[in-house]
Write a new protein. Structure first.
Length: 181
């Protein structure tokens, strides 16, 4: 499968390239970006290169897909978004994302989530898309709700990150909302 390029009104979602490592390093080296992420803040550009290669390998093995987010006006990566924990047998995947702080609160991630979830439902034939976020990550909660995700519950001490157990909140979006009777 060729890597799909998605376009929104203001953004282009494209494959990540090794040349994007400097952009990823720039924002992954900031504590406010990695605060709710399962990695420590980057201290070396090689960490960004390794992350890009890891995402490329997972795509090549049909395990995941991660887009680089760029503004239409410039080919510089300002974030990423994609599917991991893709369980084809169950028609579901988990979505993850991050954005550089200078691009927060512009509505970009809502635009991205709408395009990526549409691709997941229409092309990957997913029925369910999940998102797991830290309980304290209110900004991510708002983004998910704006994109039509619904909070399903609290998973106590679900993650072990940065030498501590962390509660997670699970959100989901279904291809077709079914009425419960």
């Amino acid at each position: 499968m060729d890597f799909p390029i998605l376009e929104t009104e203001r953004l282009i979602l494209r494959p990540l390239r090794l040349e994007d490592a400097a952009d990823l390093f720039e924002y992954f080296s900031k504590d406010e970006v990695t605060e709710f992420y399962d990695v420590d803040s980057f201290t070396d550009i090689k960490q960004a290169e390794k992350l890009i290669m890891n995402w490329k390998d997972k795509f090549n093995n049909s395990l995941a897909i991660r887009w680089g987010i760029t503004l239409r006006t410039e080919d510089r990566v300002i974030g990423t978004c994609g599917f991991h924990r893709w369980e084809k047998k169950h028609f579901k995947a988990e979505i993850g994302y991050e954005l550089s702080p200078g691009n927060w609160r512009h509505g970009y991630m809502s635009e991205v989530l709408n395009a990526v979830t549409r691709y997941g439902f229409e092309v990957l034939e997913l029925n369910r898309i999940e998102a797991l976020i830290h309980r304290e990550n209110n900004s991510s909660k708002k983004v998910l709700e704006r994109a039509g995700f619904h909070e399903e519950g609290l998973l106590r001490e679900y993650f072990y990150e940065k030498q501590r157990f962390v509660d997670a909140v699970i959100f989901s979006k279904l291809k077709v909302i079914r009425r419960i009777e």
